[in-house]
Write a protein that binds this ligand. Structure first.
Ligand SMILES: [Zn+2]
Ligand SMILES: [Zn+2]
Length: 173
């Protein structure tokens, strides 16, 4: 069985380079070969042990760009070779009350990569297929990774100002 390298953290700031087995993705999940992963302030949740049980190791990192390596049973939206991004919200369930109303961001059964599940400080990451976004050709993986969390936060704020493309200032409404 082949392995991949990952930096996991246990407790508070106890980083360790480990080898993990490469396994088949679960139903509805994909295995992604990580190309780049940003560093975000919210990594403190894992790095500083701000999780329900910090004694369980977790791989931090939730600004991930990679290439789909394998898809699990039931996954139809992605195929090996697709370049994808994975951020702080790791994929909605499609079944909870919020999902049934279309409020996927409030899904109550949504993993947070790098906190609840292993994230991108690794050569591989496993993700729920609904948590992935397609990364267009022409965007550099290294520059795109921070867009998956910090970037989308500032982008959404800018979008709500009503500023047009190329604008240097806008009036608050
Ligand atoms: Zn849900
Ligand atoms: Zn973040």
């Amino acid at each position: 069985m082949s392995t991949y390298r990952a930096y996991q953290v246990t407790g508070q700031r106890q980083f360790e380079l480990v080898e993990r087995d490469v396994v088949d993705p679960e139903p509805g999940h994909v295995r992604v070969r990580v190309l780049s992963c940003g560093v975000c302030h919210s990594d403190v949740i894992s790095v500083e042990g701000m999780r329900p049980d910090p004694s369980v190791p977790v791989v931090p990192g939730h600004e991930i760009v990679g290439v789909v390596d394998e898809v699990g049973p039931g996954v139809t939206a992605w195929q090996p070779g697709d370049r994808v991004g994975l951020g702080f919200l790791g994929g909605h369930c499609g079944e909870c009350m919020h999902c049934r109303r279309g409020d996927f961001v409030y899904c109550t059964n949504q993993p947070r990569p790098g906190s609840d599940t292993d994230g991108g400080y690794a050569e591989m990451v496993y993700a729920r297929s609904s948590g992935l976004v397609r990364v267009p050709d022409g965007l550099e993986s290294l520059e795109t990774a921070p867009m998956l969390c910090a970037g989308i936060t500032t982008f959404n704020a800018l979008r709500k100002t009503g500023a047009r493309e190329g604008a240097l200032a806008t009036l608050c409404r």
